[in-house]
Design a protein around this ligand. Structure first.
Ligand SMILES: CCCCCCCC/C=C\CCCCCCCC(=O)N[C@@H](COP(=O)(O)O)[C@H](O)/C=C/CCCCCCCCCCCCC
Length: 193
């Protein structure tokens, strides 16, 4: 299998796993997974499109879209679904994920995942969402199981193994977030419409 085909296959599997994981949490989460998958698909389409090589890294994507004026800077216009603004939405979600996974990692087994998730959301994504989305998210969070049951759904082995895996993953998530945050801050892209 060529490297590109292998990479594309891994990407497809990761999106499918995200979709299946979110759907395993119930239909209350479908509006969340649908939006996340749609944004991932937008970026995939750029990556596989005529200028795909320009979307090979976040840095090359930003340079290409800035140089070719493909980003709406002040208000939504002709480039409403640019790669830069699409990634920014997922970047903000990555901060939620980083906060949520850290809370999961250090919490006790009888902790309420709904509380951990809400706290992480209120400290991150909630700042960018309108009232109605925040309320819909709060209802969805309320449906989340206990930490122990959540770990079972994640299907990553016993709690100790999940905690260790989260400990390995979190520094990588943090570094990914920091690189994008710095790049977007340099370009004043942190509030793209
Ligand atoms: C080992 C992993 C275990 C942890 C589970 C992780 C799996 C979930 C990972 C990520 C899913 C969250 C992705 C959310 C993307 C939201 C992007 C966004 O903000 N979209 C809004 C703005 O977009 P535009 O309208 O400007 O195009 C959009 O308006 C809102 C969409 C609805 C979703 C908003 C609620 C987000 C809640 C995030 C918490 C997810 C809870 C997952 C439960 C574990």
């Amino acid at each position: 299998m060529s490297q590109k085909v292998a990479v594309d296959a891994l990407r497809y599997i990761s999106v499918l796993l995200l979709f299946r994981f979110m759907n395993s949490l119930g239909t209350a989460f479908s509006f969340i997974s649908n939006d996340a998958v749609a944004k991932i698909q937008i970026l995939e389409n750029y990556r596989c499109g005529a200028n795909g090589q320009m979307y090979f890294t976040v840095q090359s994507m930003v340079k290409y879209e800035v140089d070719h004026r493909l980003v709406d800077l002040e208000k939504r216009g002709n480039h409403y679904e640019s790669g830069c603004r699409t990634l920014l939405r997922l970047h903000r979600a990555l901060k939620w994920l980083q906060l949520f996974l850290e809370k999961l990692r250090v919490a006790s087994d009888d902790s309420k995942t709904s509380v951990l998730c809400s706290e992480a959301y209120n400290d991150s994504l909630a700042n960018y969402h309108p009232w109605i989305v925040r309320k819909a998210a709060a209802i969805a969070f309320y449906m989340l199981p206990s930490r122990a049951s959540f770990f079972e759904i994640m299907n990553m082995g016993p709690s100790e193994k999940v905690v260790a895996t989260l400990g390995d993953a979190l520094p990588l998530i943090s570094k990914t977030y920091d690189i994008t945050q710095e790049l977007y801050n340099q370009h004043c892209f942190l509030d793209l419409p």
